[in-house]
Structures are given as structure tokens and as C-alpha cells.
Design a protein around this ligand. Structure first.
Ligand code: HEM
Length: 452
């Protein structure tokens, strides 16, 4: 039996839970800074609305390690991520727990890793070249929007394997619209309040969502059907690889599973990378000497460098790592609900407790990263950080499956743009981290100009 002392939760605010929830939604960075300042790198908050259960945020490396190295059966994601089920479908990797989650992960991981990824390098550089040729030359532009154009094309061609054409254009437009809509606060409210999810025709918000989703599904299923009719055994796109993959029992993925995973990859894999790139451009062009140092490093590779050579550049790597440290696009890992009692750093967490490894707090611990608010890529050249001190892609059995791919894509896009164009930041209000859906993006999208 556990005594009262051992089930004591880490300290935290006694402010009413609705108020804490509003503070977190309105300005998550301020919320985390204030809590970490008062309570340290492990604290309890109540941020899931009225009568919120306790949610324990962990930025302490020892505590994060305990969560990431626990067996997959120790936690479930439970209802916390289920709000997105109408969007992703119930077979999505994000919605699954236990063995079903492990099975889908094993099928999904290989295409995103190792040599497989190198195959996509040339395509990423080619798409980047085509998109930047269209950048306005006489006016400023939002870097985030142009980066979204690149990353959406990359996802459609690399993940879906769809060549530009009618279906490609339709999907591209529908997905961009869907992502724009679901990050709109009014629209996104629908996901949190199932009673509002009523199909009252295309004029009603939920009806509109369902109609758009149906159009996207039809295009995805048409692509899967076309692919099934072809010989896709030698194709290298991720959809074809997933269609060829089999689990331990020799079972391939069903069309429904393929659809749910593709939508998940689209939703998680496109704007995340684009916003990280926008932050990278902001830091590179607002910090003295960084752009010229990168240009000099890229210059050493000659005129037509191989993507693998770009990906290996140490300073470029450090710039990307530091970008993902200062304002990680996802401030938190997915919340884990404790299934069996668990002891972490003398706290005993009972089943039902929600534990959240907090990326932002870990990345801003002064003990690990002195002067945490300053952009200092050199720290990644001078020191190696453990996966519990620095984890922009989360960790453990639920770590981001696209992390290595994203980093590779960021390096190729930055390498291509910086070696082709002379850029500068345009006049704009101070760039601040702001919430967009579940991500943290630069306010104003980072306005830039191309110099002639
Ligand atoms: C800079 C870009 C990205 C960042 C910062 C990012 C970050 C994250 C984080 C923090 C998690 C939660 C991990 C955890 O709970 O411990 C996650 C999960 C996930 N990410 Fe990413 N991500 C990025 C790009 C991508 C890309 C490109 C893809 C795929 C194309 C992707 C697919 C996923 C999936 C499927 C999951 C859920 C994994 C699971 O539940 O098993 N992400 N990502």
C-alpha cells in the first residue's frame, strides 16, 4: 500500500484549473517560463479545463529518461490525443497504444531512416530550386509561407509519390486549406467539443470539415487503388514502401490503415518542418556572423554538392539543432497516462496521472544550456547532449518517426537557399513565438527580401 507522503505530487500552482488552462492556451511559453521559475523543472499543473486532473510536466533529464526508457506498456496516450481522431482516423499511429502501436511503428519507421532517406535528397533540392525561383524579387514575403510550399510538395512527392498533375494540385490545395482551417481557433474548438460535431450540411462548420475530408479521402483512396494496379515493387516513395511492408505475421497494411497513416504524416510532417525552417532563417539572418559562416562552410563543397555532403556539415547541423532548441516547434511530447504505479525521482505516480516530458523546459534549463534564450549554435559543436537533455523530436517508444527526415530536409533546404540567394530580414515588428494549433511559430511568418 502507498502512504500519503509517497503519492504527493510535485509542487504547482493553486490557481483554478480553468484559469491555468487559459494561460497555457493563450501563451504557452510564458506559462512554462513562469512555472519553471517558481517550481523548477518538475511541476504539477491543471491545464485540461474545469476540474482538470493533475498534469505533471517534466523537464528534468533524470525524470525524462525514466519516461522515455519505461516499457511501452507503462503508459497509454488515452483520451488526451483522441480529440484529433476525427481528423486522423482511429488507425493512425497517434491514436494507437500497446501492440497495435508497435506493429504500425515497425511498418512505418524503415522508410524514414538510413540509406532510404538519402534517395530523397535530390528531389528535395530540386523542389527547393523550383520554389525559390518564384520568390518575389521586389517585395518582402513570409518565409514561413514559402517554406510551407516546399515542405508540402516534398510530402506529396516523397511520401505519397504523386507526380505533379491534376490529383497532385487538388490534394495540395485541399490539404493547405484544411491545415489553415484547423489552426483557426474557432474551427479547432470543434475538435475539443464533440457535441459541436454535427453535420448540418456543407454550410455548417462541421459539415464543411467532413466534406473537405471526404474529398481528400477520395483522392488518397484513388491513389492507393491506382498504385495497386501498377508494379510498385521498385518505387521508392513511402506509400509504395508501406504497401509492400508486412508485419511479423506476414500481414500487409489495409487501405484504411494506409489512409490513416498518410493523413497523419501529412498533418505532422509538413508545417512542423516549414515553421522550423522559418525560425532557422530568422536566427541566421538576425544573429551576427551566422549567415556568412554558413555561406563559407557551404562554399567548401563546390558548385553542385551531394545532398549527403550538405547533411554532414558541422556548422549547418549546429544551426539546425540550436534552432530546434530555442523554440522547439512542439513544446511538449505527447502526454503519457500512467497505467501502472511508477516511481520517478522519489515521486510515486499512480495510474491515471498524466506525465508530459516538456521539451521547452528541458531546452531552457540553465544547468544544461547556459544563457538559454541566446541563439548559440557553437554549443552543439562544443558538447554532446543526452537524448534526455535535448529532444526536439520527443523520445522513447513514441518518438517522432520523421525526426531524421525533417533534419535532413531542413539542411538541404537551408543549404540550397543560402548558397543561391542573398537574403535579408525585412522591416517588421519584433518576431515573437506564437501558438499556431499545437505548434509554436514565429509571429508574422518572418518577413524577408531577396537582395539583387
Ligand atoms: C521539425 C519537424 C518536426 C518536429 C519538431 C516534430 C516533433 C514531434 C514530437 C515532439 C513528437 C512527439 C514525440 C513524443 O511524444 O515523445 C512527434 C511525433 C510524431 N511525429 Fe513529428 N516532428 C517533426 C516532423 C515530422 C515529420 C516530417 C513526420 C512525418 C512525415 C512526423 C511524424 C510524426 C509522427 C507519426 C508522430 C507520432 C509518433 C507516435 O505516436 O508513435 N513528424 N513529432
Amino acid at each position: 500500500m502507498t502512504n500519503k507522503q509517497s503519492v504527493k505530487l510535485p509542487d504547482g500552482s493553486s490557481t483554478p484549473s480553468l484559469f491555468q488552462t487559459i494561460q497555457l492556451i493563450a501563451n504557452p511559453i510564458n506559462f512554462f517560463d513562469a512555472c519553471a521559475h517558481r517550481y523548477g523543472d518538475i511541476f504539477t499543473a491543471r491545464v485540461l479545463g474545469i476540474n482538470s486532473p493533475p498534469v505533471v510536466f517534466l523537464g528534468n533529464p533524470e525524470a525524462v529518461k525514466a519516461v522515455f526508457t519505461a516499457s511501452p506498456g507503462q503508459f497509454e496516450l488515452g483520451k488526451v490525443t483522441h480529440v484529433f481522431k476525427p481528423l486522423t482516423g482511429e488507425k493512425s499511429l497517434m491514436m494507437l497504444d500497446g501492440n497495435r502501436h508497435q506493429r504500425q511503428r515497425k511498418l512505418l519507421m524503415p522508410p524514414f531512416h538510413g540509406e532510404r532517406m538519402q534517395v530523397y535528397g535530390e528531389l528535395i533540392s530540386e523542389i527547393t530550386e523550383q520554389v525559390i525561383a518564384q520568390l518575389p524579387r521586389n517585395s518582402s514575403f513570409s518565409m514561413r509561407e514559402w517554406m510551407c510550399e516546399i515542405t508540402l510538395q516534398v510530402i506529396l512527392r516523397v511520401v505519397f509519390g504523386i507526380e505533379p498533375g491534376a490529383r497532385y494540385q487538388q490534394l495540395k490545395t485541399l490539404i493547405a486549406e484544411m491545415l489553415e482551417a484547423i489552426t483557426n481557433p474557432l474551427y479547432s474548438t470543434l475538435f475539443f467539443f464533440p457535441p459541436l460535431q454535427k453535420d448540418l450540411g456543407a454550410g455548417s462548420p462541421w459539415g464543411h470539415f467532413l466534406q473537405r475530408q471526404k474529398q481528400i479521402d477520395e483522392l488518397i483512396y484513388a491513389e492507393i487503388a491506382d498504385r495497386r494496379r501498377q508494379d510498385y515493387s521498385s518505387r521508392t516513395d513511402i506509400l509504395s514502401l508501406l504497401m509492400s511492408a508486412q508485419d511479423e505475421d506476414g500481414q500487409p497494411m489495409t487501405d484504411g490503415e494506409l489512409r490513416d497513416q498518410l493523413i497523419t504524416l501529412l498533418l505532422l510532417g509538413h508545417e512542423t518542418t516549414a515553421s522550423s525552417l522559418a525560425w532557422a532563417f530568422y536566427w541566421i539572418y538576425s544573429s551576427t556572423g551566422v549567415a556568412s559562416k554558413l555561406q563559407a562552410e557551404l562554399h567548401t563543397l563546390g558548385k553542385k554538392p551531394h545532398s549527403e555532403a550538405i547533411a554532414q556539415l558541422p556548422y549547418l547541423n549546429a544551426v539546425c539543432q540550436e534552432t530546434l532548441r530555442v523554440y522547439p516547434i512542439a513544446l511538449i511530447s505527447q502526454p503519457r497516462v500512467v497505467k501502472q504505479p511508477l516511481e520517478i525521482k522519489s515521486y510515486n505516480f499512480e495510474p491515471g496521472t498524466i506525465l508530459v516530458p516538456c521539451i521547452y523546459i528541458a531546452h531552457h534549463r540553465r544547468e544544461t544550456f547556459p544563457n538559454p534564450r541566446q541563439f548559440q549554435p557553437e554549443r552543439f559543436l562544443e558538447r554532446k547532449y543526452s537524448p534526455y537533455e535535448y529532444f526536439p523530436f520527443g523520445g522513447g517508444s513514441r518518438a517522432c518517426i520523421g525526426g531524421a527526415f525533417s533534419l535532413f530536409e531542413m539542411k538541404l533546404v537551408l543549404g540550397t537557399v543560402i548558397s543561391r540567394l542573398q537574403l535579408s530580414l525585412a522591416e517588421q515588428p519584433q518576431v515573437q513565438p506564437v501558438r499556431r494549433g499545437i505548434t509554436i511559430v514565429p509571429s508574422g511568418g518572418v518577413q524577408m527580401t531577396v537582395q539583387h
